[in-house]
Design a protein around this ligand. Sequence first.
Ligand code: GLC
Length: 715
Amino acid sequence: MDIRKLLKEMSLEEKIGQMLQLSPHNFINKSETKIHGFEYDLGLTTKQVFLAGSVLGIGNATEHQEVQRKYLKDSRLKIPLLFMADIVHGYETIFPIPLALSCSWNTDTAFHSARISAFEASTAGIQVTFSPMADLSRDPRWGRVMEGYGEDPYLLSMFVRAMVRGYQQDDISAKGNMASCVKHFAGYGAPIAGLDYNTVDMSRLSFYQTYLGGYQAAIDEGSKMVMASFNTFDGIPATVNQFLMIDVLRKQLNFNGVTITDYDGLNQVIVHRVAHDQREAAIQGIEAKIDIEMASSCYIKNIKDLIETSIINESDINDAVERILSLKSELGLFDNPYGHSNVDDEKRLIKSNEHLSKAKEIAHECAVLLKNESNILPLSNNTKVAVVGPYATSKSTNGVWSWKGNINDNISLSDALINEGVDVVYINGENPVITDIDMLREVDVVICALGEDIEKTGEAKSIVDLELPLFQVEWIKLAKEIKKKVITVLYNGRPLVLNNIDQSDAILEAWFLGSKSNEALADLLIGKKNPSGKLTMSFPRHEGQIPIYYNHLTTGRPFNKDVHNIYTSFYLDCESTPKYPFGFGLSYSNFEYDNMVLSDYEIYLNKSITTSITITNKSNVAGYEIVQLYIQDEVSKIARPEKELKGFQKILIQPYESKTVKFNISMKDLSYIDSLGETKWEYGRYIIMIGTNSNSVQKKDIIFKENNNEDKKHT
Ligand code: GLC
């Protein structure tokens, strides 16, 4: 399609219409699509609705084809509608929530979940997904941590890249692919006090070193769209923030694709009191090069007049519409407006056994074994168990952003255990009453399936109390009163404060693992599969510690438990370390690390070195171990974190086998980003660390030199 030629044929109204995205309920009454936003009347004329260029979600292939057909019939230039939706961790086959995926430390899990999501959603006519969410967050009070990939920029970026590759492959018009829209640009994961939509206030250093990397990774991987975030940044709503949307996104990151507001994000500029009215908001949106306005009407109601009164240039509108039409063209919509929407494919492909078994395979890798006293897990044969607590009989394991996932197709944990032949003699999905204690006397082990109310996770779900409700914990107390072994299985979308389940003998962090969650958990509990996940967000001991994260600076008075000095950085009423640290996770295997070596103690500008370590599985159970590589710059002009993750490898080690893991270290791994967003490096001594989690590492020193000269600082 000759976009420039088409542009010339379009009327001003038709061009402005391309910059409007509306919910499907404007086009079809009975759509199955769930909208994540408050739907209110935008006061649009029928003609304005008809001119809209894209649709926020659609329920299925039949709906999609009906809307597209009706639209094209009366469209003067036959410009097809573009359908976008939130396919975040699955379409109908639901995968583990992104935070859980990241705990696999295996980007293949992300890639395959994105591949299958794209296959299923594209058969229903969806061509763009509002995913991945690349917002780094260190604050579990914020409900949307479940949508992210943890607290570390390096690991998050690796997963974001895998998701974009999984959705897009090399050709977004090809069958089974769809375009990715990375979100929410930028810094949305750092709202003050963990309150969703709240102000984001951070230094440029933090922005460039910690928060920007995920979006940059998606753009470097070719993400076709970027969604602006709701929050203010430097006091200006991201949606109209020219530092973010132009200086950083368009210039520094060299993004030339389509930008879109979040749901009524442009209208919110008025609510932020940074625009008097929709007219001013429209001007600011155009000046920030925001191309599509989602679910509000500033553009459609004001741009024509703004052009006719020369407040804005039509060339800016032409540029925005050219980007939008180019995306439609790259998706092949001018050749085939229906894309890969296909009712037969939909029936055949969606929730196929192949997709569901992949979902189960992925779920196996995402659970994290936090505790396993006296190796109570895996359950030994003929163990009589009780399965109690709100998730004993629940099928609600899909997590939020699973609007097409039908939980009725899932099975509960108790049923999954029974299907695996476990002797489940008592099940109670309710809160305990004292008489239940008699029922527990009959069993050897009590499995407490506890967790968060799924409706308390995700968007607009900020909380201040991260502990499990006491009525749930009562089950553990009852079981302990009669000296039973307790295995707690946790269903949650954020790090929790777990002090009140300390009496558990074992704790399995199950997150929300999707359609095949409980089958996967049953496999892990009986030892058919060996847990391999590791945490990608620190679990606090108390909410008062938040934000708590592994890659913190030392401070000038670091706390040292071996030296009595009250004038150091510590809490009087709580340990300052996390309850469970970044990178932590147990296995049924027993891995020992030994013999860390370096290929050289000196590294030069253009000469990398390698480091390796040997891991031995001292058990009779094969298992995957996630080996982590961290670095520390001993002295630098800008204080740097105690440790920074620079690599990880997940390896399978057979019983009593030893494997040597090798990492390449180049000066790129030693560099840092400064407050201008520039990459810097400094010569000098660095500590290289390899270990099983961020708190358990072996260390070796290296010297980074220019080239056989004495140490000197590089500016
Ligand atoms: C929501 C979310 C965003 C989502 C959009 C469309 O408010 O913030 O992540 O993509 O609206 O549903």
